[in-house]
Design a protein around this ligand. Structure first.
Ligand SMILES: [Zn+2]
Length: 246
């Protein structure tokens, strides 16, 4: 293990056999603009360095990587799916490490009160609009579930257009910005702009599904020393969220 690799401790009352590791950008070997712990092999970084970074992640087995597409697809990692296109996964197998990659989208970890199942989901606005959280909760079953939300772009830095807001039936999580705010800054668009709170929307969806929700509130855009942010930097690395049962 790379001793400098830093990770977040999730603040949730998960059973003791549930382990979570969320890597931030520190402690890897990639160079600018991927400096330094980039785990994404699809973002233009040197594959040798990405492999070295991935090998430095302190998890008990090869992570179950997904080919993320902003869908609502949740894969059962225990059935040996060869098609890894999906934005969530679950497992009931001890020691199997689920993985998700993010740089602004919201990573969410799941487990049950009994600690006999874990799940992970990648939820940007498209995933939230497409229902990735409801398909993940369905796959996890009807037990008493807990969720932890990791770092994502916060409403302080996330401006979206009317077409995004219109994808959600509830108005929760959207605040209209003043008319002279343009996003992107050089755009001539007169579409109304809103600040979007991924955390508030995910929390509302999860609570309506009966899930207890923890975490949230860390903005990836705000903290450039610690987090990759696609909206801030464009070309950048990816952080990883990992969960497994001991
Ligand atoms: Zn921010």
């Amino acid at each position: 293990m790379n001793r400098q690799m830093a990770s977040l401790e999730p603040d949730w009352p998960a059973p003791l056999n549930i382990k979570v590791l969320f890597s931030d950008r520190r402690g890897g070997c990639s160079h600018v603009p991927y400096a330094s712990l980039n785990l994404g092999s699809h973002v233009g970084d040197d594959p040798v360095l990405v492999a070295r970074n991935r090998a430095s992640i302190d998890v008990p087995g090869e992570p179950y990587w997904l080919e993320q597409t902003h869908s609502d697809i949740c894969i059962n990692a225990d059935v040996g799916a060869t098609d890894r296109r999906g934005d969530a996964s679950i497992t009931r197998e001890q020691g199997k490490v689920l993985a998700i990659m993010v740089a602004d989208c919201l990573p969410i970890m799941f487990t049950s009160r009994g600690g006999d199942i874990v799940g992970v989901a990648h939820a940007g606005w498209r995933g939230l609009a497409n229902g990735v959280l409801s398909s993940t909760v369905m796959a996890l079953g009807s037990g008493s579930l807990l969720a932890w939300m990791g770092p994502a772009i916060g409403p302080c830095h996330y401006t979206v257009g009317e077409h995004v807001r219109a994808s959600f039936s509830s108005g929760r999580g959207f605040v209209k910005r003043s008319e002279d705010t343009k996003y992107p800054a050089n755009s001539d668009s007169t579409e109304s702009k809103f600040s979007m709170d991924l955390y508030a929307i995910a929390e509302e969806q999860l609570q309506s599904l009966g899930v207890e929700v923890y975490g949230g509130g860390l903005c990836t855009y705000c903290d450039s020393a610690r987090f990759f942010s696609y909206r801030r930097d464009g070309v950048t690395g990816r952080m990883g969220g990992f969960i497994w049962m001991e």
